[in-house]
Design a protein around this ligand. Structure first.
Ligand SMILES: *[C@@H]1O[C@H](CO)[C@@H](O)[C@H](O)[C@H]1NC(C)=O
Ligand SMILES: *[C@@H]1O[C@H](CO)[C@@H](O)[C@H](O)[C@H]1NC(C)=O
Ligand SMILES: *[C@@H]1O[C@H](CO)[C@@H](O)[C@H](O)[C@H]1NC(C)=O
Ligand SMILES: *[C@@H]1O[C@H](CO)[C@@H](O)[C@H](O)[C@H]1NC(C)=O
Ligand SMILES: *[C@@H]1O[C@H](CO)[C@@H](O)[C@H](O)[C@H]1NC(C)=O
Ligand SMILES: *[C@@H]1O[C@H](CO)[C@@H](O)[C@H](O)[C@H]1NC(C)=O
Length: 927
């Protein structure tokens, strides 16, 4: 790879090993300081840590119990209502007079008053900003050893005080704020789910939650505190598909502490993953402000290996070493790992050639990677813990392994947590998981006072620049459920008042569009996760996006969809699902497994009506900071049990723990069944007029142990959902589509490969005793690239047998090639059609057998005497891992089926194998 010469002010220079930074900077990592955390009201003073939060330090020191146990969410509110002070002596400083000394915080949560040597340095009010303060003059007046002291205010109290300030913004309808436990979250810049959410607790923690440093610089030294790297195709504009034959442009911009000399330049060295230099040279078009230096260079595209999401090609990555040089002196250098790809959210109008393909008019709403449309398969990522400092690299690698093992290529990083740390983007870069990322605004309307907007601008600018180099970054969205929920609610409560839309645009267009478009050309932006896109995109306007909202033409299809319906009687009515271009969230809650409940509640609480279990269901909070504010939690519990009872044999075991476990499991089966029905419906839409190109279900994983929409429990255990999603997100699938009103039954093969696939589909009706009810039929098919094809049409109203006593097994074998490969692969998939009401089906004992082979590490299962519905292999508590498949059906004629297992962690010393159990819906009512 070599650089194109035409942008360069200087020709290629070889950066040898001689160009090391000649720096005398003194950097003190404050995680090594001796911290105490204290509160005078409760007379507490214990060792603290950085990065950390008060609850974590108090728990470690034995002051409070495990916050996640029982009703800790309510019982520990006293911690949340207090101020806490973190204090540490500053050791290791260089007292030489020419040094300037700075405090640098990558994250303070949230309201602080910072002092050094008892003198006020600054106050902060934004969890998401990086803050840096010069303390040189304060240090020079310190009479004793300098001490840093940070007083954290109670976010719950401070937000209430801000909300009641005279002249503070109010909205026409209380419902405009999605209220869970503590109110007023929309007035402050702190993780919104810290105040409670329907899937999570409300601890509203405080602390130095990200790394912090003291930086000491000599006169001419600089320290790079943030780096922007933007790699795009020449001529590329945000939100528009670029010319894939154009050369790459690399734009680098470094934010520093200290002053950059006006004569400074930027050099770059690009290394491959084995650290061999593939290119080096100088950036051109250098601009220098006091603390930011920017430059760009064009790169010969031919030699750059593209980065692709998992399943679509390899994840090629490179190291980019950028150095600030002044004459012969290297002032600073940073290395970022990045890759070459374009990713665009294409919302352009449907073209004439698309109309000719049978696509309905309106606009597109799909992603394109390196110029290719693809089907986005995945889920929504929420904060993996209420306390970010305990989210480790190991936990996240394990979670992302489950994402890719589950055939997912995209996550939507939900808008009301925290901006994702770099190490998680790094994992996503390596594993090939696209991260649709969002600014932290959700399910509320927000104030638009100048201070608030200025604060947001800083936060947005910092985070957009910080993460832009990650090839996994797929999109920026302003916030969650704004255009489809909160804005219409305000407008409905106060019709004909343009104030609400104007204020919405002030924040989500006027502030956030420049934060994205002003920093990056490679990333698209939408104001709200669910949106009909733009009416006009015009880069000669001050704000290039003019929103469409509900300016729709009948018969046209525009945006993405968000679908929840807690009336489980219509869960499998296909007419109840939205028709759109992309499904960005949809779901239903379920209970976690018994093994997970045992981590968080006492044995006597392991039953459905226990108040601890009920109060950990946050689906319908009444709102307000009282321990009884989940007065409606039984409603959320009821929704799960009503669905389980309606569709499946009612669980019953005389042993109360086994009974509880079976109930928990049955709620998971309904959840998985419902999601599968929607995912197959959305995927089939890739070949229907809606040209539907994505489904991201709600939600990937849990923040704690509770009834939620997650497919993966808090410790990483897969619910039935994650297995079913893995199955149905395979590249080539078959599924049935039943209109139970008319009896019309069809089956379609859907493929998200980029070339056609051909094969055959077999259909066989079985009685529950495993007997064939009719000779199987087989049809050959070819399914087009990113398309669907109908392979079966019939009616259940003309069957010669009662549907309650029959199941249809359909399976396919197809030959096709994965994107970016020529190699032909065989894809197999199977799917069972059955009456919806399995409680009324004539289930018999399937005679399931289970064995384990030490040699292969595989399990073998077989249904020896009947059809086994929802076969479930269960691993005991203390062991974590996943089967190759689970939650499947078996007929006796399948014979023995071998199932692989990946062990992730084990506390049993290998004894877990003997604890693996097998069951199916038949066992729901057996002891
Ligand atoms: C609590 O913390 C806030 C924010 O740092 C500060 O403004 C306030 O003075 C503190 N109050 C007390 C009693 O320490
Ligand atoms: C490349 O260099 C980085 C930083 O010096 C080092 O961490 C990494 O292990 C090296 N990789 C290889 C493959 O040598
Ligand atoms: C460098 O500046 C020139 C003149 O403003 C501009 O035409 C060119 O696109 C810039 N190059 C890059 C790589 O930004
Ligand atoms: C899907 O396949 C059908 C049948 O071959 C074809 O008419 C249609 O144009 C295809 N759709 C797209 C978007 O390629
Ligand atoms: C809002 O405007 C529409 C159209 O002008 C009108 O029909 C309606 O009555 C108005 N509603 C209110 C509450 O003023
Ligand atoms: C099912 O059939 C009914 C009655 O004809 C019809 O109204 C409905 O739209 C059909 N549903 C689907 C998903 O085709």
């Amino acid at each position: 790879m070599k650089f194109f010469p035409h942008y360069q002010t200087s020709v290629l220079t070889i950066l040898g090993t001689a160009a090391t930074a000649a720096t005398a900077q003194n950097i003190v990592d404050l995680s090594t300081a001796k911290w105490t955390v204290s509160n005078p009201v409760y007379n507490i003073s214990v060792p603290g840590s950085v990065p950390s939060q008060v609850h974590l330090d108090l728990y470690r020191e034995g002051i409070i119990p495990d916050p996640y146990f029982g009703l800790g969410d309510f019982e520990l509110r006293w911690v949340t209502y207090e101020n806490w002070t973190y204090e540490a002596p500053l050791h290791g400083l260089d007292s030489s007079s020419e040094a300037s000394t700075w405090l640098l915080f990558n994250g303070l949560d949230t309201f602080t008053s910072i002092e050094v040597c008892g003198q006020h340095v600054a106050s902060t009010n934004n969890q998401f900003r990086q803050y840096y303060f010069e303390i040189s003059s304060i240090l020079s007046t310190c009479s004793s050893d300098p001490t840093l002291s940070i007083n954290f205010g109670s976010a719950v109290n401070i937000s209430a005080a801000i909300a009641s300030e005279p002249g503070q913004e109010t909205w026409p309808n209380d419902g405009v704020e999605g209220l869970f436990e503590f109110p007023n979250r929309q007035f402050i810049r702190k993780e919104q789910s810290d105040f409670g959410w329907d899937w999570g607790p409300a601890f509203a923690p405080a602390g130095i939650w990200q790394p912090a440093y003291v930086i000491q610089l000599a006169d001419s030294e600089i320290y790079v505190r943030n780096t922007l790297l933007d790699i795009y195709r020449e001529g590329q504009l945000n939100n528009l598909p670029p010319d894939q034959s154009a050369s790459w442009v690399l734009n680098a911009s470094l934010d520093v502490i200290g002053n950059i000399p006006s004569s400074a330049e930027l050099k770059i060295e690009i290394l491959d993953i084995n650290n061999s230099t593939v290119a080096d040279g100088s950036l051109g078009n250098i601009t220098t402000s006091g603390s930011t230096i920017t430059g760009s260079v064009a790169i010969d595209g031919e030699a750059c290996q593209l980065w692709w999401p998992k399943g679509l090609g390899p994840q090629n990555l490179y190291y980019f070493k950028i150095s600030v040089v002044d004459g012969s002196k290297t002032l600073a250098s940073v290395t970022k790992r990045s890759g070459f790809r374009t990713i665009v959210l294409n919302m352009t109008p449907i073209s004439a050639s698309q109309l000719a393909q049978g696509i309905a008019p309106g606009n597109n709403w799909h992603f394109e990677i390196n110029g290719h449309e693809f089907y986005a398969k995945g889920s929504n990522f929420i904060p993996p813990d209420a306390f970010w400092p305990r989210v480790t690299q190991e936990r996240m690698e394990q979670l992302f392994q489950s994402v890719v093992d589950g055939n997912q290529n995209m996550l939507r990083v939900w808008a009301s947590g925290a901006y994702t740390p770099d190490f998680i983007y790094d994992i996503a870069d390596e594993m090939g998981v696209l991260l649709w990322s969002e600014f932290e605004f959700g399910d509320a309307l927000y104030p638009v006072g100048q201070d608030f907007l200025d604060n947001v601008r800083e936060e947005a600018d910092y985070n957009v620049r910080r993460v832009n180099h990650h090839p996994s970054l797929a999109l920026w969205a302003g916030g969650n459920e704004l255009e489809n929920l909160e804005l219409p609610e305000a407008e409905a409560a106060d019709p004909n008042n343009t104030r609400w839309v104007n204020e919405y645009e002030k924040l989500f267009l006027d502030v956030l569009v420049p934060a994205v478009f002003g920093n990056t050309k490679s990333i698209s932006y939408i104001p709200s996760s669910t949106t009909n896109g733009y009416l006009e995109l015009n880069f000669s306007l001050p704000v290039p996006i003019i929103e469409r909202y509900n300016n729709e033409t009948p018969g046209s299809i525009y945006g993405d969809t968000d679908h929840y319906d807690y009336d489980s009687t219509v869960a499998f009515n296909l007419s109840s699902y939205p028709v759109g271009r992309f499904a960005n969230e949809f779901g239903f809650h379920s209970m976690p497994s018994l093994q997970t409940w045992q981590q968080a509640v006492s044995p006597e609480d392991l039953h459905f009506n226990s108040s601890v279990i009920q109060l950990r269901n946050h689906h319908y909070p009444a709102g307000g900071p009282f321990t009884d504010n989940f007065a409606n939690s039984s409603k959320g519990m009821g929704e799960m049990t009503i669905a389980a009872e309606m569709y499946y044999p009612t669980p019953y075991h005389s042993d109360s723990i086994a009974n509880f476990s079976a109930w928990c499991h049955t709620t998971q089966i309904f959840q998985a069944d419902f999601y599968r029905s929607q995912i197959t419906y959305y995927r089939r839409g890739s070949g229907l007029p809606e040209r539907q190109l994505g489904s991201l279900y709600w939600q990937l994983e849990d923040i704690w142990q509770a009834p939620t929409w997650a497919g993966i429990e808090y410790d990483g255990r897969w619910k039935v959902l994650h297995y079913i999603a893995k199955d149905i997100y395979q590249p080539v699938i078959i599924a049935s589509y039943w209109n139970y009103t008319t009896g019309d039954l069809t089956a379609y093969v859907t493929s998200d490969l980029w070339t056609p696939a051909s094969g055959s589909a077999t259909f066989a009706w079985y009685g529950y005793d495993g007997s064939l009810l009719a000779p199987p039929s087989t049809v050959d098919f070819t399914v087009g690239a990113l398309n669907t094809t109908q392979v079966f049409a019939g009616s259940t109203s003309t069957l010669p047998f009662d549907l309650r006593h029959a199941v249809m097994k359909m399976n396919i074998t197809a030959a096709g090639a994965l994107p970016n490969t020529d190699e032909t692969r065989v894809f197999k998939h199977e799917y069972y059609f059955h009456d919806l009401l399995l409680g009324e089906a004539s289930l018999v004992d399937p005679g399931l057998t289970l064995s384990y082979s030490e040699e292969s590490g595989n399990f073998t299962v077989e249904a020896t005497s009947g059809v086994a519905a929802w076969v479930w292999l269960d691993i005991p508590a203390g062991t974590l891992g996943n089967f190759e498949e689970n939650g499947f059906w078996l007929v006796p004629s399948d014979g023995p089926r071998e199932i692989g297992f990946t062990l992730k962690s084990d506390e049993s010393g290998g004894k877990w194998v003997k604890g693996v159990t097998i069951g199916s819906l038949w066992n729901n009512t057996l002891p």
